[in-house]
Design a protein around this ligand. Structure first.
Ligand code: MLT
Length: 291
């Protein structure tokens, strides 16, 4: 009841389209919001250091059956950074405030990699707000000491080297070898997403990822259907990490995407959308608040 009253005050009418903006606590969030108001909602959360445009192929495919929303995480794409440090908890607070501002009581969350970290933390702290999860190329583990060390080195390098250099170093890890050769336009789109991210946001997010806590021990408490998707050639969050989540979750399906590395939704759009479509059709999603 309280939620209805508050959101009714701030957002009397839904805006629909692309590059929309909404103010939450201390920042303005940029988002795309397509599909019918009455359809079940899917919220897409991008990976690092990308932005909402990575979900274009999913928004196009699923807007016929769902209300589909992709937003830029704080400091990425067109969403403001605010002034303080980032944290996964802050990203989760932003997500919940975005849902309130858009009058979404309950949604399916689809997160890739960092988006998956946010999704897992969000459902663990606010289970009542989510009806299903799609975890793509992500993991429940925290960074190893070596992983943290690598992030610290990357933060140091970003002070000395250009973001273009950072992007060149990242691309071979994000894509399957074959995609790097044959999917030049997708690789270029991702390069653009990286080089247009502000250096300060890259560093703050690298620190956030290094400091994030594991979510594996609480996977057993998630009681909504979960689809785990992993690119067969993902080396950042490989099949082992996906299988661990699958083993610990009560109700999950695991789908391997051929011809794809860490960015399975981009590298093999067709296969990715197919497994998501199948999952959605088997899932009862609950839509947003009605006035
Ligand atoms: C991502 O794609 O979001 C990143 O690879 C996540 C990470 O580095 O842990």
């Amino acid at each position: 009841m309280v939620l209805r009253k508050v959101i009714g005050t701030f957002c009397p009418m839904r805006q629909q389209g692309e590059k929309l903006r909404v103010s939450i606590e201390d920042i303005t969030v940029s988002y795309n919001d397509l599909g019918s108001e009455d359809s079940p909602v899917i919220l897409f959360i991008h990976g690092f250091p990308l932005n909402k445009s990575m979900w274009e192929g999913q928004l196009l495919a699923f807007q016929k059956t769902h209300r589909v929303i992709a937003y830029d995480v704080r400091g990425h794409g067109q969403t403001e950074s605010g002034t303080g440090p980032f944290s996964i908890d802050l990203f989760v607070t932003d997500l919940l405030q975005l849902m309130d501002a858009l009058k979404i009581e309950k949604a399916t969350l689809c997160g890739l990699s960092m988006g998956g970290y946010i999704a897992l933390n969000a459902i663990q702290s606010h289970p009542e707000r989510f009806s299903a999860l799609i975890l793509c190329d992500t993991q429940c583990g925290a960074d190893t000491p070596e992983g943290k060390e690598k992030r610290m080195k990357a933060i140091e390098s970003l002070k000395k080297e250009s973001i273009e250099t950072y992007a060149e170093g990242s691309l071979p890890n994000l894509f399957a070898e074959e995609s790097l050769k044959s999917r030049k336009e997708v690789v270029e789109a991702v390069r653009q997403m990286i080089i247009t991210t502000r250096e300060e946001s890259l560093s703050k997010t690298l620190m956030t990822l290094a400091e994030r806590k594991e979510t594996c021990t609480r996977l057993k408490d998630i009681n909504v259907p979960v689809l785990i998707v992993v690119g067969e050639q993902d080396t950042i969050t490989p099949m082992d990490a996906a299988q661990l989540m699958h083993f610990k979750l009560l109700d999950s399906k695991l789908a391997a995407i051929p011809n794809a590395g860490h960015l399975s939704s981009l590298e093999n759009l067709q296969a990715f959308n197919e497994v998501v479509r199948e999952f959605l059709s088997s899932t009862d999603s609950i839509g947003q608040l009605s006035d």
